[in-house]
Design a protein around this ligand. Structure first.
Ligand code: PMV
Length: 317
């Protein structure tokens, strides 16, 4: 039987993670090589209000209403029904799979949240605009992450490179020329919630030090925007290195991330940094695509479990 198929990409944060939680801008791009896929099959003979969820990656095969009300899948359905004012719906089976490594700073939870919102709303007959999908998926993201900045669901909801700042209208990324980004997984599980709460605790203990570092990350992000516009890769690489140093100073790197960052740099990358919450997960390197093979090999020798090549490109508005 054919079903309704929805996909959402992964994402990576190019500049500004953590500082974005404190109101500074950050830049993120979708990574379409990795994705969440949801397929919905209607059950014409099923009882109404009966939805089966199958997520083989996490061993889940259940009726939606048997999930706890705080389960992200349940919340996603609840916020869509609430938004559309729907209380009764036809039976269906929803299958969720993802190629995005979990807990890796690549937005796996936001990608699932966005996909669920899109899938449920389309199943219920509504094609929602990206801003609404983004807003509704933020409510789901709060279950995974507490008080996320909103950058993940925004870049994935719009599927465009974004300049994101809390409380401001999202802006879309414009670049002078496409540049290549190599993503490498450290193989250590990232711990976004722990990283964000650790930073908050240390910020509370030493606000002057942390405000200075966040402000520095904000300045680096602004300078990176200029370098992206002019296509100045050398400058952009140096800014990545500076951003990584700030992330080390706020205590969210990991020895394996530092090793991969140094390996990328010493094998010809323009610059490199960890991406996302940190304490594990992925790093990104700005590279000349002609050197991609050597750098990927060096990263794998240094312990990277996966590498992915992607591009920063302008996104049509
Ligand atoms: O680890 P990720 O991919 O969920 O990224 C988290 C980004 C932070 O800035 C650390 C947190 C946030 O909510 O923006």
């Amino acid at each position: 039987m054919t079903g309704l198929k929805i996909t959402s990409p992964a994402k990576t944060i190019l500049f500004g993670e953590h500082a974005v939680v404190y109101g500074y801008p950050a830049i993120a791009i979708p990574v379409s090589q990795l994705k969440t896929t949801i397929t919905i099959y209607p059950n014409p003979l099923g009882k109404s209000n009966d939805i089966t969820i199958i997520a083989p990656d996490i061993g889940l095969h259940k009726n939606l209403t048997s999930l706890p009300k705080t389960h992200p899948f349940f919340t996603a359905f609840d916020v869509v029904c609430h938004h559309l004012g729907i209380t009764s719906y036809p039976s269906c089976t929803l299958k969720i799979t993802s190629t995005i490594p979990i807990a890796s700073g690549l937005g796996s939870s936001a990608s699932i949240a966005v996909s669920l919102i899109k899938a449920f709303s389309q199943f219920l007959g509504a094609v929602l605009p990206p801003q609404t999908i983004t807003d509704l998926s933020y409510q789901v993201e709060t279950i995974y992450h507490g008080t996320p900045s909103g950058i993940d669901n925004t870049v994935i909801g719009f599927e465009k490179g974004v300049i994101f700042q809390k409380e401001k209208k999202v802006q879309f990324l414009e670049v002078g020329k496409p540049v290549s980004i190599l993503i490498a997984n450290s193989g250590v599980h990232g711990k976004t919630k722990e990283a964000v709460s650790g930073v908050r605790k240390r910020w509370e203990q030493d606000k002057t030090k942390y405000e200075t570092l966040f402000e520095k990350i904000g300045t680096i992000t602004q300078q990176a925007l200029d370098s992206l516009k002019t296509g100045h890769e050398i400058k952009l690489g140096l800014l990545m290195n500076e951003n990584h140093a700030c992330l080390q100073s706020i205590g969210v790197s990991h020895p394996k991330l530092d090793l991969l960052v140094n390996t990328a740099r010493s094998n010809g990358a323009f610059g490199a940094k960890l991406c996302g919450g940190g304490l594990g997960g992925n790093m990104i390197a700005l590279i000349n695509p002609d050197h991609s093979e050597e750098i990927q090999q060096a990263l794998k020798q240094a312990g990277a479990t996966q590498t992915y090549l992607t591009k920063i490109e302008s996104t049509s508005l």
